[in-house]
Design a protein around this ligand. Sequence first.
Ligand SMILES: [Zn+2]
Length: 84
Amino acid sequence: MYSPKVDEKLIPILFRLAKSQKKPMTVIVNSMIRESVAGYDAGKTTHCAVCGELGRKKEMEKVRVKVRSGKVITILICHSCYEK
Ligand SMILES: [Zn+2]
């Protein structure tokens, strides 16, 4: 399968990031690409309002919450936060 090459100029930055996070460079790169691709996925993804985990909107739970002003808002949370 075709594997696009990472720009050589980015390698030193990625190398330092990987070293500081004690993770392989591929893990760092893949997580960045995953987040970015999700962002391009036509607003179909969002972060859980509780844990911040990225997920697909239609697979998340809608929860109505009353905020301090008395207004009721709807937030999206992931299944694991919903079950807690
Ligand atoms: Zn969550």
